[in-house]
Ligand binder design. Structure first.
Ligand SMILES: Cc1cc2nc3c(=O)[nH]c(=O)nc-3n(C[C@H](O)[C@H](O)[C@H](O)COP(=O)(O)O)c2cc1C
Length: 217
């Protein structure tokens, strides 16, 4: 073992703060997910709606990155991004993904597995309008996932779009920007417990409806 300094083998938390039983779960996966996001927010966790998104291309090469959930309801979990980005290319290839919300300070995570579809332009527009002007300009300025020469190139692109929209009260969303909705087949809620016997409860979609199952930790 060569993890000098980080002492990785000894890094281990004792999970004793809570438990999770089927009787504790909300009626639906989305009510439960919203409740845990609200708990994370109430506990003061930064970016309580942040989730690590895993995608793969059609040759099975997997990539991950963090995105922010901007809507959760019975239809799915929605996030917004650039449609020309690496993740969007992969989502278009496989139409599948998984996300994990890592609420480590609460000794919790939730994982969603599902298929994806593009959010309607109306829904994208409704969310776009809530974004600060600076974020809107940033979306226009950045060819997300492309190689750029240097920071100055991005700053120049921002200056160009700032000038382009300077007379406009409202900035439209770029055509290459919008939402993806994940329609879940599985949603798992994980609560850390002592001795690594963690609680794992999973909503699984079946033909008659959702079932809840306990998984071994
Ligand atoms: C806390 C956090 C939140 C983020 N939220 C988003 C987001 O909602 N949408 C997005 O496109 N990128 C977001 N990013 C940036 C992505 O992690 C990623 O760098 C970017 O989307 C490019 O990913 P790709 O090249 O794999 O497509 C976020 C990063 C962090 C750390």
């Amino acid at each position: 073992m060569t993890s000098t300094g980080a002492e990785l083998p000894g890094m281990r938390e004792d999970y004793r703060s809570a438990s999770l039983d089927a009787a504790d779960l909300a009626e639906t996966w989305h009510a439960q997910l919203l409740a845990w996001i609200a708990d994370a927010r109430a506990a003061g966790l930064p970016d309580a709606n942040a989730m690590v998104l895993a995608t793969a291309d059609d040759e099975g090469r997997v990539t991950t990155r963090t995105v922010l959930a901007k809507d959760v309801d019975e239809h799915g979990v929605t996030f917004f991004t650039n449609y020309t980005s690496e993740k969007s290319h992969q989502l278009r290839q496989t139409r599948r993904c998984s996300v994990t919300f890592p609420w480590l300070a609460l000794q919790r995570q939730a994982t969603v597995i599902g298929t994806v579809e593009l959010v309607s332009r109306e829904d994208t527009l409704a969310y776009w309008r809530t974004r600060p002007r600076g974020s809107q300009l940033g979306a226009w300025a950045s060819p997300q996932s492309a190689v750029v020469r240097d920071r100055g190139t991005l700053d120049d692109q921002l200056a160009t779009v700032t000038e382009r929209f300077s007379g406009d009260e409202e900035i439209p969303p770029p055509p290459h920007w919008g939402g993806w909705r994940i329609t879940p087949t599985h949603v798992e809620f994980w609560q850390g417990r002592p001795d690594r016997l963690h609680d794992r409860l999973r909503f699984r979609r079946t033909d008659p409806g959702w079932v809840v199952e306990r998984l071994a930790p």
